[in-house]
Design a protein around this ligand. Structure first.
Ligand code: GDP
Length: 485
């Protein structure tokens, strides 16, 4: 176990009211004692745990800052190690100067996420909680915050743990029965395990299905707005970004020449791809070319197609419709305040015709087959009538997105949602192993044959909570944290 003493600035590196320097490890108190003089004259080494003390930080004889020092003795701290927090003035230079002094007096600069890593290594939190902390810090909207809190409360941990307990019970049962066939009978075991593995598979699949929601909650819904020139794209964008409720952030797009903005819509985040094209009131397709538009559309979870319903559809519209993925599309029939000449029916037909040209042929569509028919039915866009100019339709648009992406539910209080790719991969492997167990049961294979698969599933689930992870993975996970966390 590593116990050396680490230190970092735990607050933002920008001028602010208060800054915090955090020190953790075996010598945290000694290090702090070397540089802190309490007003009371007491030494830190004589002070009680969980107390706060006023005094000054010294670098040699020189006073650096006037501070409060907070002491937490192991194991009652976040890292479960002796921890000292120095509350100083929140100037960037002052914080750095204090940190340098701390480092000069026996601590080493922490790695990103090293405090949380220690909390994990010392058994205070499992990996799902560690990742939840990172997600919480990075959460961009209310839904993401709620979701990370669910993980932080341990809901995912408990769920995974319960699945593992189910599995290990069966493994143990097989092992004991094979060891001691006289006393432990495997009669009826296949049926029981089969029932159980069906349940386990269902639970894992449910978690995996939540992963997409998890990504959309955490990272936002990648949204592309398209429509021919003058359809009202920039007016709609302004409505989205409008006045009091939208907080707009400029973030660099994934490619250099695109601009992405995020808009917060009732707890959800829409990442608007390529708003540059829209802002110039030129058509995205026209401005950046069909290939670029296709690229943008490839990344999209949501395609908002704006139609000027006061003029007839033309070739432009047909070209655009060809590029869209029906199931991801919301068609906004804009300019409802004018005399309307296009309606839902007409546009729906073009979308459907496109379906019948491409999907149906390649899917070998057969109208007798109900499954395929349903599949086909799903691939129709959603329609909404709006007036960007009159600012009408935004509420309906918001509800539709909730319905479309989160089945109307965006409060995940009682639902556990997977939000990390790492967790998703481990779950997929666990699922695969469990399906192999199921297959062996169906093929009536001997018990020792599938106990290996059960073991694999058990191990993969263990990876999620951090009970079966190597040092490399742990290091990789925590390196994504910010400094001082
Ligand atoms: P863009 O080229 O697709 O970005 O279209 P704009 O947003 O620039 O809109 C083109 C024109 O249509 C502007 O004169 C807008 O004021 C007008 N417009 C946009 N939305 C509406 C609407 O809902 N009703 C009416 N009457 N005019 C609109």
């Amino acid at each position: 176990m590593i116990t050396d003493t680490i230190a970092a600035i735990a607050t933002a590196l920008s001028p602010s009211g208060i800054g915090i320097i955090r020190i953790s490890g075996e010598e945290a108190f000694e290090v702090a004692n070397r540089i802190f003089k309490a007003k009371s004259g007491k030494s830190i080494l004589e002070m009680a745990s969980h107390t706060v003390h006023y005094g000054h930080i010294y670098d040699g004889d020189e006073i650096i800052d006037e501070v409060m020092v907070l002491l937490m003795k192991a194991p009652n701290s976040f890292t479960m190690e002796d921890t000292v927090e120095i509350d100083c003035h929140g100037g960037v230079y002052v914080m750095n100067r204090i940190l340098q002094t701390v480092l000069k007096n026996g601590a080493r600069l922490s790695e990103p996420g090293e405090f949380t890593k220690r909390a994990f290594l010392n058994g205070r939190i499992d990996l799902t909680k560690a990742e939840a902390i990172m997600d919480l810090i990075q959460s961009k909207n209310e839904a993401a915050r709620k979701n990370s809190m669910t993980h932080l409360k341990g809901d995912l941990y408990r769920k995974i743990k319960a699945l593992r307990e189910d599995i290990i019970y069966e493994i143990a049962f097989i092992e004991s029965a094979l060891d001691d066939p006289e006393h432990i009978s495997l009669d009826g075991f296949h049926e029981r395990l089969s029932g159980k593995s069906v349940n386990i598979i269902k639970e894992i699949e449910k978690l995996l299905n939540s992963a997409d929601n998890g990504r959309l909650i955490k990272e936002g819904i990648n949204t592309v707005i398209v429509g021919k020139p003058n359809a009202g794209k920039s007016s709609f964008l302004n409505l989205l970004l409008g006045e009091d409720r939208a907080i707009v952030t400029d973030i660099a797009g994934t490619t250099r020449d695109t601009l992405e903005e995020s808009v917060y819509l009732d707890g959800m985040t829409l990442n608007l791809i390529d708003t540059a094209g829209i802002r110039d009131t030129e058509d995205v397709v026209e401005k950046i070319g069909v290939n670029k538009a296709k690229e943008a559309l490839e990344k999209a979870d949501l395609m908002v197609y704006i139609v000027d319903s006061s003029v007839e559809l033309d070739e432009n519209d047909k070209e655009i419709i060809d590029l869209l993925d029906n199931s991801k599309t919301i068609v906004l029939l804009n300019k409802s305040d004018l005399d309307v000449v296009v309606d839902e029916e007409g546009i729906r037909k073009i979308f459907e015709r496109k379906n019948s040209n491409s999907d149906l042929e390649s899917d070998n569509f057969n109208s007798e087959d109900n499954n395929l028919k349903n599949d086909y039915d799903v691939k129709v866009p959603n329609f909404l009538t709006i007036s960007a100019k009159e600012k009408e339709g935004l509420d309906a648009f918001t509800s539709l997105i909730k319905e479309k992406f989160f089945s109307g539910q965006i409060s995940f209080d009682d639902e556990v949602t997977i939000s990390s790719l790492r967790q998703k991969e481990a779950l997929s492997s666990a699922l695969q192993s469990m399906k192999m167990v199921q297959q062996s049961l169906e093929d009536d294979m001997p018990e020792d044959f599938y106990s290996i698969d059960l073991m694999n599933a058990y191990a993969c689930l263990g990876e999620i909570i951090g009970e079966e992870v190597g040092e490399d993975l742990v290091n990789e996970i925590f390196s994504k944290f910010c400094m001082g966390k």
